[in-house]
Write a protein of this length. Structure first.
Length: 363
């Protein structure tokens, strides 16, 4: 697989021009552009396994034709994933119980050189499978890999020995530890993620009062941003992400961050007095003086009620994975706020995907 590395700058320029055009109706300032490494930038990858004439190998499907093509190396993925791909398959071939009815392999790597490998099967995983998998993990450790191995089948999940890795991200001269849980959301491009965090910290460095964050995940942004605020209140609905966030809070010695397990929509209902939630018992929302809000919503953007909630804050930091739904939200947000800063983060080189950030101040 060849990457069009020589075209990288041209492709990034086109993204900048497209985002500039989309934001022109909102009088946005010049976009700050944060580039990506041109190869080995993606920290996770998933491959189907193709069985053919007694052999098997990684495949992906062509997006236009849906035909499978063999993948022996994957320069988009981290070097650690590539090393594991090339080491793992020969070892799997040594034990039939490990490759029979194996249909997918997922990889999650880190900058700290840890990796999770998840093996997905169309069969029941027996004690015999587990013994073989333990042998496989020992073989990989002997070859220098810091690996967690997971087997998945219908209603089964077997961990050897845990389902998470701890990454270390350098942000503005400080190292942050982030626990990343298998099968939960993580930022795919770690180098660009560090740049996103530095940009967010820089935007909010003169802030006063408290911060509210919706969709906090494992605390990726809120932990780095906590240094700029008196207190931080963050929401997240997924239990594994909340548990990872609580670990990250403790590991990074952050003492001014509170996580609530609820969705942005539920929190909006709580703030508006529409519903009472047992999960908020013991939490005095009136003790927070949040005049800054941070949102990093899914591709659908913010729902109308959350947009109204967000407009109640003097400063809005909005990270978007979809510039079109961002612009939809800005139709309303721009009535009360102006865009102070804009950034383009090239999380996904060589694609049309754009990750962007806007920093808005009340007019």
């Amino acid at each position: 697989m060849q990457l069009p590395v020589s075209q990288y700058n041209e492709l990034l320029q086109k993204k900048q021009e497209k985002l500039t055009a989309l934001l022109r109706p909102f009088n946005a300032p010049t976009i700050q552009v944060f580039d990506s490494p041109t190869s080995h930038y993606r920290m996770r990858a998933e491959f189907r396994i193709w069985h053919e004439q007694g052999d098997f190998y990684h495949i992906m499907f062509d997006q236009s034709t849906r035909k499978p093509y063999r993948v022996d190396e994957f320069p988009i993925a981290s070097r650690l994933i590539n090393q594991m791909m090339q080491t793992l398959l020969p070892l799997l071939k040594q034990q039939e119980i490990l490759h029979k009815k194996l249909f997918q392999i997922d990889y999650l790597s880190t900058l700290s050189n840890q990796i999770i490998v998840s093996l997905l099967y169309h069969k029941v995983l027996t004690e015999e499978w587990q013994q073989a998998a333990e042998t496989l993990r020992k073989q990989l450790i002997e070859r220098g890999f810091d690996i967690q191995l997971i087997g998945r089948a219908s209603k089964q999940k077997i961990c050897l020995n845990q389902d998470y890795v701890d990454d270390v991200l350098p942000v503005a001269g400080r190292n942050y530890v982030y626990r990343q849980v298998e099968n939960s959301f993580t930022q795919p491009n770690a180098v660009v993620n560090c740049k996103m965090l530095e940009w967010a910290v820089d935007c909010t460095k003169e802030s006063k009062g408290d911060l509210l964050e919706l969709y906090c995940g494992n605390g990726n942004f809120s932990i780095a941003l906590a240094q700029n605020f008196r207190k931080v209140l963050a929401t997240e609905i997924a239990k594994p992400s909340v548990a990872a966030a609580q670990f990250n809070i403790a590991e990074n010695h952050v003492d001014n961050l509170q996580i609530i397990r609820m969705s942005a929509e539920e929190f909006t209902q709580a703030m508006n007095g529409v519903r009472a939630f047992n999960r908020l018992k013991g939490i005095d929302l009136t003790a927070y003086e949040c005049n800054t809000i941070f949102v990093d919503p899914p591709r659908a953007g913010l729902d109308p009620d959350t947009v109204k909630l967000v407009q109640g804050y003097d400063r809005i930091l909005y990270i978007s994975c979809n510039p079109h739904t961002l612009c939809d939200n800005l139709q309303e947000l721009s009535k009360t706020h102006r865009i102070e800063k804009v950034a383009l983060f090239d999380q996904f080189p060589y694609t049309d995907h754009m990750e962007s950030g806007v920093w808005l101040i009340r007019k």
